[in-house]
Design a protein. Structure first.
Length: 64
């Protein structure tokens, strides 16, 4: 028992508590390089990540 090693942590981010993680992803959407630049610029202008900007924009358009 004197030589027991502590458990190694698994790589990656720890799992979020139940109910806090996003449940699903939508299939990939393909963008042209100019579209990607426009989306990245819009996200940066709002101080958001691209994912946050896309999510908030889509939910606004969807009326959610």
């Amino acid at each position: 028992m004197a030589n027991q090693q502590p458990k190694k942590r698994k790589p990656g981010r720890p799992k979020l508590p139940k109910g806090e993680a996003k449940n699903r992803t939508l299939p990939a959407v393909r963008f042209s390089p100019s579209d990607i630049q426009a989306v990245e610029a819009a996200a940066k202008a709002k101080n958001q990540t691209v994912s946050e900007w896309v999510r908030s924009t889509l939910l606004t358009v969807a009326g959610a």
